[in-house]
Ligand binder design. Structure first.
Ligand code: IDC
Length: 450
């Protein structure tokens, strides 16, 4: 009887777990690791982005796709590509840039052969691929309504309304989705035009998703954050877009940013390039460095334009590369090498949430027997906080002992004489309360003589 009850309970638990798994899968909330797991949904507090889970500040260091409308953009929407960005280049967020006009535009398909509704269907599928990949990797993701040639977001307000209604319904339960409602208003579009548009779109999103972060473009290709800072919107969890291309936008544009920040405007740089504003032309890394220093100092999030192999300066991938993920340094463009170099070194100084900690495996420089003791000397690993030694008389490290510390020299004591000891070492690093380990070094063996 008792046994039966126990079995039933076990059955319930198994069914319960299965049900829960299916539920999680259906909701696409299966976040495995990374920034989202640590921080959950984001909100805006003062000028900062903060975690709803921990209350702490969160900085997004991201990459924007090129237009997902083109074959220089959408082929990089994949889990493999995003994982390379996350694991190799310290990226914790991606932006899916969906052009509203031009070839395959969501509202104006240009000369694309398909019907407008087919174009829309395809674009939404690409967004879903991107959101799913980012969710599985624990990365944040921006859905960007990429206003550019249409200039004034009010031009396609009706379509934008329907689009954001659908998106916010679909992704209401996703903690990692942010909405960018108009990339770059331009052509004389005023802040007042933009707020008219925003006051229509924001409530539509809020009806489905009470607190998602919504990012609003600013006049003049999202440069005039100073103008927006004088009369910001009165909703919660709103950020304002600032874009810069460092070979064009220099100190006078940084001044606009400083004014906005001083006025308390929460700013997000959802696009920056090291090229000229056209995306082409020369590169200016000196100015880009000034920008990133300024943004880092204020914990502002930024996204590099663009994850593409298109032959233009701003592209992060080399124009010749056919690789869709797993890019090594030799697959990157000069801009990509610089940007990812910065992401990595800035990440080492102050890691962004969810950044994978990479540690090379250590080498055991020497093992020296001294009576019944063994002295182990480890080659220092860059970035490590300490080391863990495993040692024992079994080749397979069964019942092996552990020794952990911050030094690079250790003495193992209380060893058995006449036995051969096997020794291996790994490095570790602590970040955000977690311990990350490198893989183990090669095994060294030594016989204890006396
Ligand atoms: C550029 C692309 C380029 C494309 C062009 C027009 O890099 O390949 O031909 O758009 O569609 C922005 C825009 C962004 C631009 C980028 C570079 O948001 O769409 O992409 N840029 O010009 N603002 C400032 C620069």
């Amino acid at each position: 009887m008792k046994e039966n009850r126990y079995r039933m309970k076990q059955g319930h638990i198994i069914w319960g777990l299965l049900f829960l798994t299916i539920l999680l899968l259906l909701h696409g909330k299966l976040v495995m690791a990374g920034a989202v797991e640590e921080n959950g949904a984001l909100s805006v507090s003062g000028t900062r982005l903060v975690s709803q889970k921990t209350g702490k500040e969160v900085v997004l260091r991201g990459v924007s796709t090129h237009g997902i409308n083109w074959d220089v953009g959408y082929p990089y929407i994949s889990k493999a590509a995003f994982q390379t960005l996350r694991d190799d280049y310290g990226v914790n967020a991606v932006r899916l840039a969906m052009y509203t006009t031009e070839y395959y535009g969501y509202c104006d398909k240009g000369s694309a052969p398909e019907s407008q509704s087919m174009v829309q269907k395809t674009l939404k599928e690409r967004i879903h691929t991107g959101v799913t990949a980012a969710s599985e990797l624990g990365m944040y993701v921006i859905i960007d309504w990429h206003v550019l040639n249409d200039q004034n977001p009010n031009k396609y307000k009706k379509q934008a309304k329907a689009f954001f209604e659908e998106m916010s319904k679909k992704y209401a339960d996703y903690d990692n989705v942010l909405y960018e409602i108009c990339n770059e208003p331009n052509g004389g579009t005023t802040w007042s035009d933009i707020t008219t548009y925003a006051k229509t779109i924001i409530p539509v999103i809020r009806a489905n998703d009470k607190d998602a972060v919504i990012i609003v473009g600013t006049p003049n290709w999202s440069q005039d954050v100073d103008v927006a800072s004088k009369s910001p919107l009165s909703y919660d969890n709103i950020m304002y877009t600032l874009h810069f291309y460092s070979a064009t936008h220099k100190e006078s544009y940084r001044e606009k940013f400083k004014t906005a920040l001083a006025n308390g405007l929460p700013v997000m740089v959802t696009e920056f390039g090291v090229s000229e504003a056209s995306g082409a032309g020369s590169m200016n890394t000196g100015e880009a460095k000034k920008w990133l220093d300024l943004l880092d100092a204020n914990q502002i999030s930024y996204f590099a334009w663009s994850l593409s192999n298109k032959a233009e300066t701003a592209s992060l991938l080399k124009s010749g590369t056919g690789k869709k993920s797993g890019w090594r340094s030799s697959d990157l463009s000069p801009a990509g090498k610089w940007v990812f170099g910065q992401y990595r070194s800035r990440g080492e100084q102050s890691p962004v949430p969810g950044q994978t900690v990479k540690l090379s495996k250590p080498t055991i420089k020497a093992v020296n027997g001294k009576g019944r003791k063994i002295k182990v000397t480890i080659q220092k690993v860059k970035g490590a906080d300490g080391y863990q030694i495993r040692y024992g008389t079994s080749k397979k490290f069964a019942k092996a002992k552990k020794k952990t510390g911050k030094k690079t020299v250790y003495t193992l004591t209380k060893l058995k004489k006449g036995k051969t000891y096997y020794i291996k070492v790994r490095a570790y690093k602590k970040q955000n309360g977690k311990t990350y380990y490198s893989s183990y070094s090669k095994v060294k063996k030594i016989k204890v003589k006396k």
